[in-house]
Design a protein around this ligand. Structure first.
Ligand SMILES: [Zn+2]
Length: 170
């Protein structure tokens, strides 16, 4: 019998900040209709398009409805779970809060969606860090500029004094 159970997922995060992982398609235990091939083949023929199968959910037996898509009956037929919550035909069922449900009913998103958002956060953090270092660079440049200006003023004063003297001599 096919079984599914809750697995503990470690918290992950960037910069050592641990945060609770968002439930995603990737980190939620799931069952795939393809795994039930052996279990679901016999009852699913052209004569029996629906079947109820047993599955162990966290060790407890539960029943699931499996259907065969008549459109694909030319071949082996495409099998689907019926989501216990919304009865949609799906190939994957996810285990959340001790219940099996389709991706939508389980309220799951794909990790890529989070990664994109996290990428934005990282970009913002990076910009912030860059902004800080930019300020330092600007401060250093200003200091250099002040030194240069002072030096030039000194030089100019010297040159002026010299040229004044030159003028007075003339
Ligand atoms: Zn559903």
């Amino acid at each position: 019998m096919v079984s599914i159970s809750t697995v503990s997922t470690k918290p992950f995060g960037f910069g050592g900040k641990p945060h609770k992982p968002q439930p995603t398609v990737e980190n939620t235990p799931r069952i795939y209709i393809g795994e039930l091939r052996g279990a679901a083949r016999l009852p699913l023929t052209a004569f029996a398009r629906e079947a109820t199968i047993s599955i162990l959910v966290n060790g407890k037996p539960e029943t699931l409805d499996v259907v065969c898509d008549p459109r694909n009956f030319g071949g082996d037929g495409q099998r689907f779970f019926l989501c216990p919550a919304c009865s949609r035909k799906v190939q994957h069922l996810y285990l959340r809060d001790e219940r099996l449900a389709c991706r939508r009913c389980a309220g799951l998103t794909y990790r890529s969606q989070h990664t994109k958002r996290r990428g934005l956060h990282r970009a913002r953090d990076l910009r912030r860090k860059l902004g800080a270092s930019e300020e330092l660079v600007i401060a250093a440049q200003l200091r250099d500029m002040v030194v240069r200006v002072r030096r030039r003023l000194k030089h100019d004063r010297y040159r002026d004094r010299y040229s004044n003297r030159a003028r007075t001599v003339r």
